[in-house]
Design a binder for this molecule. Sequence first.
Ligand code: ZN
Length: 486
Amino acid sequence: MSESLAAPEKNFALDFVERNRQALALLSDSVFYFGELGMQEHRSAQLMSGILEEHGFAVERGISGFPTGFMATYGKGSPVIALHTEYDANPSNSQKAGVAEPAEITPSAPGHCEGHNVNAAVLVSAALALRHAMERFKIPGTLRVFGAPAEEQLISRPYFVRDGYFDDVDVAFHDHISSDLRTDYGLMQSAMVSATFTFRGESAHAAVAPWKGRDALDAVVLMDMGVAQYREHMMPTMSAQRVITNGGEQPNVIPAKAAVWWYFRDVNAEGARKLFDQAKKIAQGAALMTNTEVEVEVMAAVWPSRGNQVMAEAVQRNIEAIGLPSWTEEEQSFALALQKKAGVKEEGLRRRPAPLSGPSKQGSSSNDSGDVSWKVPMVRVQFPANVPGISYHHWAAGAALATSIAHKGGLAGAKALAASVLDFLRDPALVAAAKEGFRREIGEMSYRPLLPEGQKPPVELNAVAMAKFRPLMEAHYVRERPVFRV
Ligand SMILES: [Zn+2]
Protein backbone atom coordinates (compact mmCIF):
# COMPACT_ATOMS: atom_id res chain seq x y z
CA MET A 1 0.00 0.00 0.00
CA SER A 2 1.42 3.33 -1.05
CA GLU A 3 2.06 6.00 1.58
CA SER A 4 -0.72 8.32 0.38
CA LEU A 5 -3.35 5.58 0.63
CA ALA A 6 -2.24 4.25 4.02
CA ALA A 7 -4.68 6.17 6.27
CA PRO A 8 -7.28 3.80 7.77
CA GLU A 9 -10.26 5.78 6.44
CA LYS A 10 -8.79 5.62 2.93
CA ASN A 11 -8.16 1.96 3.32
CA PHE A 12 -11.76 1.51 4.32
CA ALA A 13 -13.12 3.59 1.41
CA LEU A 14 -10.96 1.84 -1.19
CA ASP A 15 -11.92 -1.51 0.23
CA PHE A 16 -15.60 -0.51 0.11
CA VAL A 17 -15.31 0.34 -3.59
CA GLU A 18 -13.41 -2.88 -4.30
CA ARG A 19 -15.88 -5.08 -2.40
CA ASN A 20 -18.77 -3.46 -4.27
CA ARG A 21 -17.23 -3.82 -7.71
CA GLN A 22 -20.16 -5.92 -8.87
CA ALA A 23 -22.65 -3.21 -7.82
CA LEU A 24 -20.59 -0.54 -9.57
CA ALA A 25 -20.60 -2.62 -12.76
CA LEU A 26 -24.35 -3.29 -12.52
CA LEU A 27 -25.12 0.40 -11.98
CA SER A 28 -22.91 1.40 -14.89
CA ASP A 29 -24.50 -1.20 -17.17
CA SER A 30 -28.02 -0.28 -16.02
CA VAL A 31 -27.50 3.35 -17.02
CA PHE A 32 -25.86 2.21 -20.28
CA TYR A 33 -28.92 0.19 -21.30
CA PHE A 34 -31.34 2.94 -20.15
CA GLY A 35 -29.58 5.05 -22.81
CA GLU A 36 -31.55 8.12 -21.78
CA LEU A 37 -31.21 11.42 -23.61
CA GLY A 38 -30.62 14.71 -21.80
CA MET A 39 -33.59 15.98 -19.74
CA GLN A 40 -35.20 12.52 -19.98
CA GLU A 41 -32.86 10.61 -17.66
CA HIS A 42 -35.74 9.57 -15.40
CA ARG A 43 -34.68 5.97 -14.79
CA SER A 44 -31.01 6.76 -14.42
CA ALA A 45 -31.66 9.54 -11.90
CA GLN A 46 -34.18 7.42 -10.00
CA LEU A 47 -31.78 4.50 -9.68
CA MET A 48 -28.82 6.65 -8.63
CA SER A 49 -30.71 8.82 -6.16
CA GLY A 50 -32.63 5.81 -4.83
CA ILE A 51 -29.41 3.98 -3.93
CA LEU A 52 -28.01 7.08 -2.23
CA GLU A 53 -31.26 7.48 -0.29
CA GLU A 54 -31.15 3.86 0.90
CA HIS A 55 -27.72 4.60 2.34
CA GLY A 56 -28.89 7.57 4.38
CA PHE A 57 -28.43 10.48 2.01
CA ALA A 58 -31.19 13.12 2.17
CA VAL A 59 -32.32 13.40 -1.43
CA GLU A 60 -33.93 16.45 -3.01
CA ARG A 61 -35.24 15.66 -6.47
CA GLY A 62 -36.23 18.11 -9.19
CA ILE A 63 -33.74 20.79 -8.12
CA SER A 64 -33.76 24.04 -10.16
CA GLY A 65 -36.81 22.75 -12.03
CA PHE A 66 -34.99 19.74 -13.51
CA PRO A 67 -37.19 16.65 -13.17
CA THR A 68 -34.12 14.43 -13.67
CA GLY A 69 -31.76 16.42 -11.47
CA PHE A 70 -31.12 15.73 -7.79
CA MET A 71 -29.03 16.69 -4.80
CA ALA A 72 -28.16 14.06 -2.19
CA THR A 73 -26.72 15.28 1.08
CA TYR A 74 -24.92 13.41 3.85
CA GLY A 75 -23.32 14.73 7.03
CA LYS A 76 -23.21 18.23 8.40
CA GLY A 77 -20.91 21.16 8.97
CA SER A 78 -17.78 22.04 7.11
CA PRO A 79 -16.14 21.38 4.83
CA VAL A 80 -18.94 21.21 2.30
CA ILE A 81 -17.73 19.07 -0.57
CA ALA A 82 -19.70 18.77 -3.80
CA LEU A 83 -19.47 15.78 -6.13
CA HIS A 84 -21.26 16.05 -9.43
CA THR A 85 -21.62 14.28 -12.72
CA GLU A 86 -23.84 13.61 -15.73
CA TYR A 87 -25.62 10.45 -16.98
CA ASP A 88 -27.14 11.28 -20.36
CA ALA A 89 -26.73 9.47 -23.68
CA ASN A 90 -26.74 10.74 -27.27
CA PRO A 91 -29.16 10.28 -30.17
CA SER A 92 -28.70 7.45 -32.68
CA ASN A 93 -25.72 5.94 -30.95
CA SER A 94 -27.03 2.57 -29.90
CA GLN A 95 -24.02 0.24 -29.89
CA LYS A 96 -23.66 -3.33 -28.65
CA ALA A 97 -21.19 -3.77 -25.83
CA GLY A 98 -18.06 -5.74 -26.61
CA VAL A 99 -18.58 -5.73 -30.37
CA ALA A 100 -15.72 -4.12 -32.30
CA GLU A 101 -17.79 -3.10 -35.31
CA PRO A 102 -20.93 -1.00 -35.78
CA ALA A 103 -23.82 -3.01 -34.30
CA GLU A 104 -26.94 -1.35 -32.95
CA ILE A 105 -28.73 -2.73 -29.91
CA THR A 106 -31.99 -1.04 -30.94
CA PRO A 107 -32.06 0.41 -34.48
CA SER A 108 -31.71 4.22 -34.54
CA ALA A 109 -32.16 4.43 -30.76
CA PRO A 110 -30.20 6.70 -28.43
CA GLY A 111 -27.18 5.22 -26.72
CA HIS A 112 -24.12 5.99 -24.66
CA CYS A 113 -21.17 6.82 -26.90
CA GLU A 114 -18.93 8.61 -24.46
CA GLY A 115 -19.44 6.92 -21.11
CA HIS A 116 -21.66 9.03 -18.87
CA ASN A 117 -23.09 5.73 -17.64
CA VAL A 118 -19.74 5.01 -15.99
CA ASN A 119 -19.60 8.58 -14.64
CA ALA A 120 -22.84 7.80 -12.79
CA ALA A 121 -21.54 4.57 -11.28
CA VAL A 122 -18.26 6.19 -10.20
CA LEU A 123 -20.12 9.07 -8.54
CA VAL A 124 -22.47 6.82 -6.56
CA SER A 125 -19.78 4.28 -5.58
CA ALA A 126 -17.41 6.97 -4.35
CA ALA A 127 -20.18 8.83 -2.52
CA LEU A 128 -21.23 5.66 -0.68
CA ALA A 129 -17.64 4.77 0.21
CA LEU A 130 -17.16 8.29 1.59
CA ARG A 131 -20.41 8.35 3.48
CA HIS A 132 -19.66 5.06 5.25
CA ALA A 133 -16.08 6.12 5.95
CA MET A 134 -17.41 9.37 7.47
CA GLU A 135 -19.69 7.44 9.79
CA ARG A 136 -17.14 4.82 10.77
CA PHE A 137 -14.31 7.27 11.41
CA LYS A 138 -16.51 10.10 12.74
CA ILE A 139 -15.32 12.51 10.06
CA PRO A 140 -17.17 15.84 10.15
CA GLY A 141 -18.29 17.60 7.00
CA THR A 142 -20.99 17.59 4.36
CA LEU A 143 -21.12 15.62 1.15
CA ARG A 144 -23.36 17.13 -1.48
CA VAL A 145 -23.85 14.83 -4.44
CA PHE A 146 -25.37 16.35 -7.58
CA GLY A 147 -27.01 14.53 -10.44
CA ALA A 148 -26.63 16.89 -13.39
CA PRO A 149 -28.98 16.32 -16.34
CA ALA A 150 -28.31 16.98 -20.00
CA GLU A 151 -24.56 17.50 -20.12
CA GLU A 152 -24.59 16.74 -23.85
CA GLN A 153 -26.65 19.90 -24.32
CA LEU A 154 -24.64 21.67 -21.58
CA ILE A 155 -27.70 22.54 -19.60
CA SER A 156 -28.07 21.93 -15.91
CA ARG A 157 -25.17 23.03 -13.72
CA PRO A 158 -25.30 26.76 -14.51
CA TYR A 159 -28.88 26.66 -13.16
CA PHE A 160 -27.70 24.92 -9.98
CA VAL A 161 -25.01 27.58 -9.50
CA ARG A 162 -27.43 30.41 -10.29
CA ASP A 163 -29.93 29.03 -7.79
CA GLY A 164 -27.43 28.98 -4.94
CA TYR A 165 -26.70 25.26 -4.58
CA PHE A 166 -22.96 25.98 -4.63
CA ASP A 167 -23.00 29.13 -2.47
CA ASP A 168 -21.61 27.41 0.62
CA VAL A 169 -19.59 24.72 -1.15
CA ASP A 170 -15.89 24.71 -0.27
CA VAL A 171 -14.55 22.52 -3.07
CA ALA A 172 -16.14 20.53 -5.89
CA PHE A 173 -15.20 17.34 -7.73
CA HIS A 174 -16.38 16.29 -11.17
CA ASP A 175 -15.79 12.74 -12.38
CA HIS A 176 -15.67 12.03 -16.11
CA ILE A 177 -14.76 9.09 -18.29
CA SER A 178 -11.58 9.10 -20.34
CA SER A 179 -9.11 6.55 -21.64
CA ASP A 180 -6.60 7.86 -19.09
CA LEU A 181 -6.43 8.01 -15.34
CA ARG A 182 -5.69 11.70 -15.11
CA THR A 183 -6.48 15.16 -13.85
CA ASP A 184 -5.75 18.69 -15.06
CA TYR A 185 -5.63 22.26 -13.89
CA GLY A 186 -6.04 25.58 -15.62
CA LEU A 187 -8.51 26.34 -18.37
CA MET A 188 -9.64 23.07 -19.87
CA GLN A 189 -12.62 23.83 -22.09
CA SER A 190 -14.56 26.60 -23.81
CA ALA A 191 -17.48 28.84 -22.96
CA MET A 192 -20.66 28.29 -24.92
CA VAL A 193 -24.10 29.74 -25.55
CA SER A 194 -26.68 27.33 -26.98
CA ALA A 195 -29.79 28.93 -28.46
CA THR A 196 -32.63 28.10 -30.79
CA PHE A 197 -33.80 30.62 -33.37
CA THR A 198 -37.40 30.03 -34.40
CA PHE A 199 -38.67 31.97 -37.41
CA ARG A 200 -42.38 32.39 -38.07
CA GLY A 201 -43.96 33.46 -41.37
CA GLU A 202 -47.06 32.34 -43.22
CA SER A 203 -47.75 29.24 -45.24
CA ALA A 204 -49.09 29.16 -48.79
CA HIS A 205 -49.23 26.71 -51.67
CA ALA A 206 -45.62 26.75 -52.81
CA ALA A 207 -46.45 26.23 -56.51
CA VAL A 208 -49.81 27.95 -56.86
CA ALA A 209 -49.41 31.10 -54.77
CA PRO A 210 -45.89 31.36 -53.28
CA TRP A 211 -46.22 35.18 -53.28
CA LYS A 212 -48.80 34.81 -50.54
CA GLY A 213 -46.33 33.03 -48.25
CA ARG A 214 -43.68 34.33 -45.88
CA ASP A 215 -41.04 31.63 -45.81
CA ALA A 216 -39.55 30.83 -42.41
CA LEU A 217 -37.08 28.38 -43.94
CA ASP A 218 -35.70 31.18 -46.13
CA ALA A 219 -34.92 33.03 -42.93
CA VAL A 220 -33.07 30.02 -41.49
CA VAL A 221 -31.04 29.75 -44.71
CA LEU A 222 -30.24 33.46 -44.73
CA MET A 223 -29.18 33.36 -41.11
CA ASP A 224 -26.91 30.47 -42.00
CA MET A 225 -25.36 32.52 -44.80
CA GLY A 226 -25.03 35.52 -42.52
CA VAL A 227 -23.13 33.54 -39.89
CA ALA A 228 -20.99 31.96 -42.64
CA GLN A 229 -19.99 35.44 -43.91
CA TYR A 230 -19.32 36.58 -40.35
CA ARG A 231 -16.88 33.69 -39.76
CA GLU A 232 -14.22 35.74 -41.58
CA HIS A 233 -14.48 38.37 -38.84
CA MET A 234 -14.75 36.14 -35.80
CA MET A 235 -11.80 35.91 -33.44
CA PRO A 236 -9.84 32.74 -34.29
CA THR A 237 -10.81 31.36 -30.87
CA MET A 238 -14.53 31.60 -31.66
CA SER A 239 -16.55 28.87 -33.31
CA ALA A 240 -20.18 28.21 -34.15
CA GLN A 241 -22.03 24.98 -34.98
CA ARG A 242 -25.65 24.38 -35.89
CA VAL A 243 -28.37 21.93 -36.88
CA ILE A 244 -31.66 22.83 -38.55
CA THR A 245 -34.27 21.33 -36.27
CA ASN A 246 -37.30 22.37 -38.31
CA GLY A 247 -37.06 22.93 -42.04
CA GLY A 248 -40.74 22.69 -42.88
CA GLU A 249 -43.00 19.76 -43.66
CA GLN A 250 -43.13 19.18 -47.42
CA PRO A 251 -41.99 21.07 -50.54
CA ASN A 252 -45.40 22.24 -51.74
CA VAL A 253 -46.11 24.09 -48.49
CA ILE A 254 -44.23 27.30 -47.75
CA PRO A 255 -42.92 26.70 -44.21
CA ALA A 256 -44.70 28.98 -41.76
CA LYS A 257 -42.27 27.86 -39.08
CA ALA A 258 -38.61 26.89 -39.20
CA ALA A 259 -35.94 26.63 -36.56
CA VAL A 260 -32.20 26.35 -36.21
CA TRP A 261 -30.24 25.41 -33.10
CA TRP A 262 -26.83 27.03 -32.66
CA TYR A 263 -23.86 26.60 -30.33
CA PHE A 264 -21.58 29.65 -30.04
CA ARG A 265 -18.20 29.14 -28.39
CA ASP A 266 -15.14 31.05 -27.33
CA VAL A 267 -12.31 30.70 -24.83
CA ASN A 268 -14.11 32.95 -22.36
CA ALA A 269 -17.68 33.79 -21.41
CA GLU A 270 -17.46 37.32 -22.77
CA GLY A 271 -16.45 36.10 -26.22
CA ALA A 272 -19.25 33.55 -26.37
CA ARG A 273 -21.68 36.27 -25.35
CA LYS A 274 -20.37 38.64 -28.06
CA LEU A 275 -20.68 35.98 -30.75
CA PHE A 276 -24.23 35.22 -29.62
CA ASP A 277 -25.11 38.93 -29.72
CA GLN A 278 -23.81 39.15 -33.30
CA ALA A 279 -25.81 36.06 -34.28
CA LYS A 280 -28.97 37.68 -32.89
CA LYS A 281 -28.37 40.67 -35.19
CA ILE A 282 -27.89 38.34 -38.15
CA ALA A 283 -31.13 36.56 -37.24
CA GLN A 284 -32.98 39.87 -37.12
CA GLY A 285 -31.56 40.71 -40.54
CA ALA A 286 -32.75 37.38 -41.89
CA ALA A 287 -36.22 37.99 -40.45
CA LEU A 288 -36.33 41.47 -41.96
CA MET A 289 -35.39 40.17 -45.41
CA THR A 290 -38.08 37.49 -45.34
CA ASN A 291 -40.93 39.33 -43.60
CA THR A 292 -40.82 36.80 -40.79
CA GLU A 293 -40.45 37.13 -37.04
CA VAL A 294 -37.76 35.51 -34.99
CA GLU A 295 -37.84 34.25 -31.43
CA VAL A 296 -34.58 33.42 -29.67
CA GLU A 297 -34.55 30.91 -26.84
CA VAL A 298 -31.38 30.28 -24.86
CA MET A 299 -31.08 26.58 -24.05
CA ALA A 300 -27.81 26.73 -22.17
CA ALA A 301 -24.94 29.04 -21.45
CA VAL A 302 -21.75 27.90 -19.79
CA TRP A 303 -18.42 29.25 -18.69
CA PRO A 304 -15.23 27.44 -19.72
CA SER A 305 -14.34 24.58 -17.36
CA ARG A 306 -11.24 25.10 -15.32
CA GLY A 307 -9.31 22.99 -12.83
CA ASN A 308 -7.83 24.12 -9.52
CA GLN A 309 -4.12 23.39 -9.19
CA VAL A 310 -4.04 22.54 -5.48
CA MET A 311 -6.88 20.09 -5.99
CA ALA A 312 -5.30 18.61 -9.12
CA GLU A 313 -2.04 17.98 -7.27
CA ALA A 314 -3.92 16.22 -4.48
CA VAL A 315 -5.85 14.09 -7.00
CA GLN A 316 -2.62 13.28 -8.83
CA ARG A 317 -1.03 11.84 -5.68
CA ASN A 318 -3.96 9.45 -5.32
CA ILE A 319 -4.05 8.62 -9.01
CA GLU A 320 -0.39 7.62 -8.94
CA ALA A 321 -0.89 5.52 -5.84
CA ILE A 322 -3.91 3.74 -7.28
CA GLY A 323 -2.54 3.14 -10.78
CA LEU A 324 -4.18 1.66 -13.84
CA PRO A 325 -6.16 -1.56 -13.74
CA SER A 326 -4.23 -4.63 -14.87
CA TRP A 327 -5.85 -5.39 -18.19
CA THR A 328 -6.23 -8.94 -19.43
CA GLU A 329 -4.97 -10.09 -22.83
CA GLU A 330 -8.58 -10.29 -23.92
CA GLU A 331 -9.28 -6.67 -22.95
CA GLN A 332 -6.13 -5.49 -24.72
CA SER A 333 -6.98 -7.39 -27.89
CA PHE A 334 -10.53 -6.02 -27.89
CA ALA A 335 -9.12 -2.49 -27.58
CA LEU A 336 -6.68 -3.15 -30.43
CA ALA A 337 -9.44 -4.54 -32.64
CA LEU A 338 -11.62 -1.52 -31.91
CA GLN A 339 -8.78 0.91 -32.63
CA LYS A 340 -8.09 -0.89 -35.90
CA LYS A 341 -11.73 -0.80 -36.95
CA ALA A 342 -12.03 2.90 -36.01
CA GLY A 343 -8.88 3.72 -37.98
CA VAL A 344 -6.91 5.16 -35.05
CA LYS A 345 -3.50 4.31 -33.62
CA GLU A 346 -3.43 0.68 -32.45
CA GLU A 347 -1.95 1.22 -29.02
CA GLY A 348 -4.20 -0.83 -26.75
CA LEU A 349 -5.21 0.31 -23.27
CA ARG A 350 -3.17 2.60 -21.03
CA ARG A 351 -0.85 1.02 -18.52
CA ARG A 352 0.21 4.05 -16.46
CA PRO A 353 -1.52 7.19 -15.10
CA ALA A 354 -1.02 10.36 -17.11
CA PRO A 355 1.52 12.72 -15.50
CA LEU A 356 0.17 16.04 -14.24
CA SER A 357 1.30 18.48 -16.89
CA GLY A 358 -0.60 21.68 -16.32
CA PRO A 359 -1.64 24.19 -17.05
CA SER A 360 -3.97 22.36 -19.38
CA LYS A 361 -4.29 23.19 -23.06
CA GLN A 362 -7.73 24.76 -23.45
CA GLY A 363 -9.91 22.60 -25.69
CA SER A 364 -12.74 23.60 -28.02
CA SER A 365 -15.33 21.39 -26.33
CA SER A 366 -17.47 22.60 -23.44
CA ASN A 367 -19.03 21.08 -20.34
CA ASP A 368 -21.77 22.55 -18.20
CA SER A 369 -19.62 22.07 -15.11
CA GLY A 370 -17.77 25.21 -16.24
CA ASP A 371 -19.88 27.52 -14.10
CA VAL A 372 -19.17 25.44 -11.00
CA SER A 373 -15.44 25.82 -11.64
CA TRP A 374 -15.67 29.65 -11.55
CA LYS A 375 -17.86 29.65 -8.46
CA VAL A 376 -15.72 27.36 -6.29
CA PRO A 377 -12.42 25.49 -6.61
CA MET A 378 -13.13 22.44 -8.78
CA VAL A 379 -11.17 19.53 -10.11
CA ARG A 380 -11.99 16.81 -12.60
CA VAL A 381 -11.07 13.19 -11.98
CA GLN A 382 -10.83 11.35 -15.29
CA PHE A 383 -10.76 7.58 -15.29
CA PRO A 384 -9.69 5.00 -17.89
CA ALA A 385 -12.97 3.35 -18.84
CA ASN A 386 -12.83 3.82 -22.61
CA VAL A 387 -10.36 2.97 -25.36
CA PRO A 388 -7.57 5.44 -26.26
CA GLY A 389 -7.81 7.33 -29.54
CA ILE A 390 -11.49 6.63 -30.16
CA SER A 391 -13.47 9.80 -30.69
CA TYR A 392 -16.62 10.28 -28.67
CA HIS A 393 -20.11 10.46 -30.19
CA HIS A 394 -19.13 7.67 -32.59
CA TRP A 395 -20.30 4.03 -32.50
CA ALA A 396 -16.80 2.91 -31.46
CA ALA A 397 -16.95 4.97 -28.27
CA GLY A 398 -19.97 2.94 -27.16
CA ALA A 399 -18.43 -0.49 -27.70
CA ALA A 400 -16.45 -0.72 -24.44
CA LEU A 401 -18.95 0.97 -22.13
CA ALA A 402 -20.65 -2.12 -20.72
CA THR A 403 -17.60 -4.38 -20.70
CA SER A 404 -14.95 -5.22 -18.10
CA ILE A 405 -12.86 -2.33 -19.50
CA ALA A 406 -15.49 0.16 -18.34
CA HIS A 407 -16.02 -1.70 -15.05
CA LYS A 408 -12.33 -1.81 -14.15
CA GLY A 409 -11.70 1.75 -15.31
CA GLY A 410 -14.69 2.94 -13.31
CA LEU A 411 -13.39 1.12 -10.25
CA ALA A 412 -10.09 3.02 -10.52
CA GLY A 413 -12.07 6.24 -10.95
CA ALA A 414 -14.22 5.65 -7.87
CA LYS A 415 -11.13 4.89 -5.80
CA ALA A 416 -9.31 8.00 -7.02
CA LEU A 417 -12.36 10.15 -6.37
CA ALA A 418 -13.06 8.76 -2.89
CA ALA A 419 -9.40 8.95 -1.82
CA SER A 420 -9.10 12.55 -3.06
CA VAL A 421 -12.28 13.71 -1.35
CA LEU A 422 -11.04 12.15 1.89
CA ASP A 423 -7.88 14.27 1.68
CA PHE A 424 -10.05 17.39 1.69
CA LEU A 425 -12.44 16.10 4.36
CA ARG A 426 -9.49 15.34 6.61
CA ASP A 427 -7.33 18.40 6.07
CA PRO A 428 -8.76 21.92 6.54
CA ALA A 429 -5.41 23.38 5.47
CA LEU A 430 -5.75 21.68 2.10
CA VAL A 431 -9.24 23.15 1.66
CA ALA A 432 -7.87 26.58 2.60
CA ALA A 433 -4.99 26.19 0.13
CA ALA A 434 -7.40 25.25 -2.67
CA LYS A 435 -9.54 28.30 -1.93
CA GLU A 436 -6.53 30.59 -1.73
CA GLY A 437 -5.21 29.19 -5.01
CA PHE A 438 -8.65 29.64 -6.57
CA ARG A 439 -8.70 33.33 -5.67
CA ARG A 440 -5.32 33.76 -7.35
CA GLU A 441 -6.33 31.70 -10.37
CA ILE A 442 -9.47 33.59 -11.22
CA GLY A 443 -7.86 36.95 -10.44
CA GLU A 444 -9.94 39.91 -11.56
CA MET A 445 -12.52 37.78 -13.31
CA SER A 446 -15.82 37.98 -11.48
CA TYR A 447 -18.31 35.27 -12.22
CA ARG A 448 -21.77 36.18 -13.38
CA PRO A 449 -23.93 33.60 -15.13
CA LEU A 450 -24.17 33.71 -18.93
CA LEU A 451 -27.59 32.20 -18.43
CA PRO A 452 -30.33 34.81 -18.86
CA GLU A 453 -32.07 35.77 -15.63
CA GLY A 454 -35.32 33.90 -15.06
CA GLN A 455 -34.41 31.28 -17.67
CA LYS A 456 -36.28 28.01 -17.15
CA PRO A 457 -34.91 24.56 -18.04
CA PRO A 458 -36.14 23.04 -21.33
CA VAL A 459 -37.94 20.13 -19.69
CA GLU A 460 -39.52 18.89 -22.93
CA LEU A 461 -36.18 18.46 -24.66
CA ASN A 462 -35.87 14.94 -26.12
CA ALA A 463 -39.22 13.86 -24.66
CA VAL A 464 -40.65 12.78 -28.01
CA ALA A 465 -37.57 10.79 -29.04
CA MET A 466 -37.34 9.07 -25.69
CA ALA A 467 -41.05 8.19 -25.65
CA LYS A 468 -40.62 6.61 -29.06
CA PHE A 469 -37.56 4.52 -28.25
CA ARG A 470 -37.98 3.67 -24.57
CA PRO A 471 -40.46 0.82 -25.12
CA LEU A 472 -38.08 -0.75 -27.66
CA MET A 473 -35.07 -0.34 -25.39
CA GLU A 474 -36.73 -1.84 -22.31
CA ALA A 475 -36.14 -5.39 -23.56
CA HIS A 476 -32.40 -4.84 -23.06
CA TYR A 477 -32.50 -3.40 -19.54
CA VAL A 478 -30.36 -4.98 -16.83
CA ARG A 479 -32.79 -6.86 -14.59
CA GLU A 480 -30.65 -7.12 -11.47
CA ARG A 481 -30.64 -4.10 -9.18
CA PRO A 482 -27.21 -3.03 -7.90
CA VAL A 483 -26.85 -3.53 -4.14
CA PHE A 484 -23.96 -1.87 -2.29
CA ARG A 485 -23.03 -3.49 1.02
CA VAL A 486 -21.13 -1.93 3.88
ZN1 ZN B 1 -19.11 14.01 -21.30
